[in-house]
Design a protein around this ligand. Structure first.
Ligand code: C2O
Ligand code: CU
Ligand code: CU
Length: 486
């Protein structure tokens, strides 16, 4: 191997292997795409919709025989899709059977900090944690995953993750909505294998942790989806630990098939946005709707994303070439689908003037020079207030930025997709994103929410901080009791 050493300004030196070590290859689409089942629920006498999620170790066939040891929910790889309606009270009984401490976080959810499932809400092996909250946000494709400090990448990579769909009666009704038929989850992850074992080895030299050479969708290698309707809605989730995708749909001649982006992380766009490419970094979601013709063969393909600097193409896009993710096989006759509604929702009300402007510099697995410390609060915000958070990628490595409990607005962009509701956003190398954040009103001065890079290796290594929400008129707390709250 040829090894080149590149010094990153202000950072330690990273080693770059000039030889292509990530070779996501050609795919034979030979397996029908698994659709995560909808999680069972019951409504208790006091009107709470209750779910059970058992975190388990089991085995699954991820393309290397039936015996690959995986983690997941209820014995398999990944977990069922949890689905609840706006304004419902929900309770999720999370039982940890993993053999070690974990947590379960509701990514994108507006939720009291003690119910958030972040690093402070640890669930010891054999214990059950039962958070309860009221769903208080518009329809969206959210997701759940562990968040144990220092071990998030491993727990997610081994397979603990799933979708959490919020429904409401948005004007966007009229979108394809038959789960698993014309409204299909697409959870994209990359893996490495060592024989029939999931290879969890991390090359610290990569700078981003694991980059897998094989792609799974909903846990299925080489997946195809039979399409039976004229319009198909895909709910895309990048649940990889580090890989960034730039998704397009292509026909058999390699021509790009335009689609409409209808939703981002936190829910519907105001109107569909026609696109041919869409970049998703880890943690981000998007919903797209594509119209298909009878007998169409389309491929969901990732092409090398523009990560802001050329050096990252090979390392972080997984080779200079494109790779295929999922094949869509349209039937010879398709059930009719109505055209998309021209408007999906009303515009958000104009935000208040920001009460505060804060700056966050991402570099060297630190934020503003500090590594994550469970006992340090990095920001105290007031319930219901609006702030501008300016986040800068200072070391030029790949980073994105995720804030718990909120959907923010990206300022200063005319990209109609980026202007949708977001909880995770790519921060180009050397660039700054200005985020307009409206905080919730779950006051709890003692239990922090997280903000962090969602490249999980960076998060685990310390690129994470904590904020608390205090009452609008409260004094700022000076000492935080950081004992476990559960
Ligand atoms: Cu998806 Cu703090 O996490
Ligand atoms: Cu989150
Ligand atoms: Cu990062």
């Amino acid at each position: 191997l040829t090894v080149a050493v590149v010094a990153i300004a202000g950072a330690s030196a990273y080693l770059w292997f000039a030889a292509p070590v990530n070779t996501v290859g050609a795919v034979a689409f030979s397996r029908s795409l698994a659709i995560p089942p909808l999680a069972d629920s019951r409504v208790t006498d006091d009107g709470v919709r209750e779910f059970d999620l058992d975190l388990t170790r089991g085995t699954a066939d991820l393309g290397h025989g039936p015996g690959t040891e995986v983690w997941g929910v209820d014995g398999g790889y990944l977990g069922p899709t949890v689905r609840a309606h706006r304004d419902e009270q929900v309770r999720v009984n999370v039982t940890n059977g993993l053999g070690e401490t974990s947590t379960l976080h509701w990514h994108g959810m507006r939720v009291p900090a003690a119910m958030d499932g972040g690093p402070h809400q640890m669930i010891a092996d054999g214990e059950t944690w039962s958070p309860q909250w009221r769903i208080d946000q518009p329809a969206a494709t959210l997701w759940y995953h562990p968040h144990l400090h220092g071990a998030t990448a491993e727990h997610v990579y081994r397979g603990v993750a799933g979708l959490f769909l919020v429904d409401d009666e948005a004007p966007g009704d009229g979108l394809p909505d038959r789960y698993g038929i014309d409204d299909v989850p697409v959870i994209v992850q990359d893996k490495n294998f060592d024989g029939d074992r999931l290879d969890t080895g991390i090359s610290a030299l990569s700078g981003v942790g694991i980059l897998g050479e094989e792609i799974l969708v909903n846990g299925t290698p080489g997946p195809y989806l039979d399409v039976t309707t004229q319009a198909l809605r895909l709910r895309l989730l990048n649940a990889s630990t580090a890989r960034v995708y730039d998704f397009g749909l292509y026909d058999e001649d390699g021509g790009a098939r335009p689609y409409e982006v209808v939703a981002t992380d936190g829910g519907l766009l105001e109107a569909p946005v026609p696109r041919e490419r869409l970049m998703l970094s880890p943690g981000e979601r998007a919903e797209i709707v594509v119209r298909v013709d009878p007998d169409d063969r389309l491929v969901l393909r990732s092409t090398p994303p523009d990560l802001g600097t050329d050096i990252f193409h090979t390392r972080f896009a997984g080779g200079a070439d494109s790779f295929d993710v999922l094949e869509l096989r349209a039937a010879g006759e398709l059930a009719p689908s109505p055209p998309l509604p021209p408007r999906l929702r009303a515009a958000d009300p104009a935000p208040d003037d920001p009460a505060e402007i804060r700056r966050f510099a991402l570099a060297n697995n630190r934020i503003n020079g500090e590594a994550m410390d469970m006992s340090r609060i990095d920001a105290v915000v007031r319930a219901g207030s609006t702030e501008v958070w300016e986040v800068t990628n200072e070391d030029g490595l790949p980073h994105n930025f995720h804030v718990h409990d909120v959907q923010f607005e990206v300022l200063g962009t005319d990209d109609a997709v980026l202007r949708g509701r977001k909880d995770t956003v790519w921060i180009p190398a050397g660039d700054t994103r200005r985020l307009l954040v409206r905080f919730g009103d779950h006051v709890d001065p003692e239990t922090p929410y997280m903000f962090h890079c969602h490249i999980l290796y960076h998060e685990d290594a310390g690129m994470m901080g904590q904020f608390v929400v205090v009452g609008a008129d409260d004094d700022e707390p000076t000492v935080i009791d950081h004992e476990m709250h559960d």
